[in-house]
Design a protein around this ligand. Structure first.
Ligand code: 13P
Ligand code: SF4
Length: 445
C-alpha cells in the first residue's frame, strides 16, 4: 500500500477542521484549502466521499461549511484509507500467476492484516494529540535527555504527590521509572490502596479507568490519551444487553479489558490471572464471558459450567501462530513454552504453561527452568530478561507488539505530570456500578 495524496490531504483537512471547529462549528472548505495549500475543488471531491461515510457533515448557509461527523476519537485512519485509497493491500500481487502457491503472498496477507489492525486503532484525535506534543517540543526547543527526563519526572512526582503504575507491556524505560510494575490484577489491587492523591497510569485506557473506578476521589492520569485497547472496544453496552436478553439466566463475567460502562453492566470482572476462579465463584451454571473468545475457551476447558463467549479477541495475541511456536521449539529444544490465555486455543494446547503476565514473571523467577519460549507481548520479555539475566527467553519470529502499549514515551509521562493530563473522567453512576464488579473480583483469591 502506498499512501496517495488523496488520503494525506483528507487527513490534513480533517485535522484542520478539528483544530478550527471540530464537531460543532462549521469550517469553510475554502479556508481549509488555503491553509493546507491545496485546491478547493480537489478537497470538494474528497469531501463527497467523507460526507457519504458520515466522517464529515455539511452545513449550508453564510456561516456554513463542514464539521466533523463524529467525535475525533471515533474517526479512524483505517476508515479514511479505505475510502480514499484504491487498494489497501500492502503489495498487490499484480501480473503474477503463482498467487495461490506463493509463500510471499501468505506474508503479504499477514502484513496487510497487521497494518490495517494498526491504522484501525489510530484515530484523528490520536494524530492531533501527537502533533500537539511535537509542536510543544518545537516551540520550547527543549529536547530532554533520558536522564533529565527521568529526573524531572521524579521531581514532579514528589512535588505533586503522585505515583506511577506501569503495566508489564510498557517500554523498558517506562518500566524502569515505575513505582509499581505489574499485570492488570496486581495494578488494580494496588490502585485501590495507595495513599498518593494522583495516580499516573502507564498502560492502556481500560486499566487507568479501573484505577479511577476503584479510587474515584483520586486524580487518575493517562499520559497518552490515545492508548486504547482494540479488544476492549470490540463490545458495546448495547451488544452486551442483547446477549443478556438472549440468556436471561446467565451471569456476566467481564474481562477487565472492557470500558467502565461495560463493566457497570456485568456481575463480576476478571483478569487473565483469576478468570477460572472468578467463574467458579459464581452459583450460576451459565456464564456469559465477554469480550475475549480465546480466554473464554481457556476458561471453558477448566470448568463444568457452560461458558458462552463473545467474539472479541486481542489482535496481538491472535497473531501468535502454532507453527511459529513449534518452530521456536525446534530451534530451542530445551525451552519450555509459556503463553498468555489470550492466544488461540491451538497455541494454548501446545504450551507447557498458560499464564497472565505476572504468572510468567513469577514462573521465570522461581522455577529451575533456564529457557522459555514466551507467547505474549514483547514488553514482558524485556522485564523477564532484566530480572533473570542468567536465563534465556525467546519470542515467536513474528514479534507480538501492542502498538497501544508502546505509545507512552518518557516525554508523555513528563508532560502528563507537568500539565496534569489526561484526566480520566467517568460518570458517577457508572463508577458506582463498575466498582461493585471490580471489588467482587478483587475479593477473590
Ligand atoms: P495481564 O492482565 O496478564 O497483564 O494482561 C493484560 C493484557 O492486556 C493482555 O493483553
Ligand atoms: Fe489490548 Fe491486546 Fe494490547 Fe492487551 S495486548 S492491551 S488485550 S490490544
Amino acid at each position: 500500500m502506498r499512501l496517495s495524496t488523496r488520503s494525506r490531504y483528507s487527513i490534513r483537512a480533517l485535522l484542520d477542521i478539528l483544530a478550527n471547529g471540530g464537531v460543532r462549528k462549521p469550517v469553510s472548505l475554502r479556508k481549509v484549502a488555503e491553509r493546507q495549500n491545496v485546491s478547493e475543488k480537489y478537497l470538494e471531491q474528497l469531501f463527497i466521499l467523507l460526507k457519504k461515510a458520515g466522517i464529515v457533515k455539511a452545513e449550508r448557509g453564510v456561516k456554513g461549511g463542514y464539521t466533523l461527523g463524529k467525535e475525533p476519537e471515533k474517526i479512524y485512519v483505517g476508515d479514511i484509507l479505505r475510502l480514499t485509497e484504491l487498494d489497501v493491500t500492502p503489495v498487490p500481487c499484480i501480473g503474477c500467476n503463482r498467487i495461490e502457491r506463493c509463500i510471499c503472498k501468505v506474508y503479504w496477507d499477514d502484513l496487510g492484516e497487521i497494518i490495517m489492525g494498526f491504522v484501525d486503532s489510530v484515530s484523528l484525535e490520536d494524530i492531533n494529540q501527537r502533533s500537539i506534543t511535537m509542536g510543544e517540543k518545537r516551540r520550547t526547543g527543549r529536547d530532554f535527555s533520558t536522564v533529565e527526563l527521568k529526573n524531572e519526572i521524579n521531581r514532579l512526582k514528589s512535588e505533586r504527590d503522585a505515583v506511577l503504575l506501569v503495566h508489564n507491556y510498557q517500554r523498558p524505560e517506562i518500566q524502569e521509572i515505575a513505582d509499581y510494575l505489574g499485570d492488570s490484577l496486581d495494578l488494580s489491587r494496588i490502585a485501590s490502596r495507595l495513599p498518593q492523591k494522583i495516580i499516573v497510569f502507564c498502560g492502556v485506557k481500560f486499566m487507568a479507568e479501573s484505577a479511577k473506578v476503584l479510587s474515584p476521589e483520586k486524580t487518575v492520569l493517562i499520559p497518552r490519551f490515545d492508548a486504547g485497547c482494540p479488544m476492549a472496544d470490540m463490545i458495546t453496552t448495547d451488544e452486551l444487553r442483547e446477549m443478556k436478553k438472549e440468556y436471561p439466566n446467565a451471569k456476566v463475567v467481564c474481562y477487565v479489558n472492557t470500558s467502565a460502562e461495560v463493566k457497570a453492566n456485568c456481575d463480576i470482572c476478571c483478569t487473565s490471572a483469576n478468570a477460572v476462579n472468578v467463574v467458579e465463584s459464581l452459583k450460576a451454571k451459565k456464564i456469559l464471558f465477554i469480550p475475549d473468545k480465546n480466554l473464554a475457551d481457556y476458561v471453558d476447558r477448566q470448568t463444568k459450567k457452560e461458558v458462552i463467549p463473545f467474539h472479541g479477541y486481542c489482535y496481538v495475541h491472535e497473531f501468535i501462530e502454532k507453527w511459529d511456536i513449534e518452530e521456536q521449539k525446534r530451534l530451542h529444544p530445551d525451552a519450555r513454552v509459556m503463553v498468555h490465555p489470550e492466544t488461540k486455543p491451538q497455541v494454548v494446547k501446545i504450551a507447557d504453561y498458560v499464564l497472565g503476565t505476572n504468572g510468567m514473571v513469577n514462573l521465570a523467577k522461581k522455577s529451575k527452568i533456564k529457557e522459555f519460549i514466551v507467547g505474549t507481548e514483547e514488553g514482558l520479555v524485556a522485564r523477564l530478561k532484566r530480572e533473570n539475566p542468567q536465563k534465556k527467553f525467546y519470542l515467536p519470529s513474528r514479534k507480538p507488539i501492542c502498538s497501544n502499549m508502546k505509545r507512552t514515551h518518557l516525554e508523555d509521562v513528563y508532560y502528563s505530570l507537568r500539565d496534569m493530563k489526561y484526566r480520566i473522567e467517568i460518570d458517577q453512576k457508572i463508577i458506582k456500578k463498575a466498582q461493585k464488579a471490580l471489588k467482587k473480583m478483587i475479593a477473590i483469591k
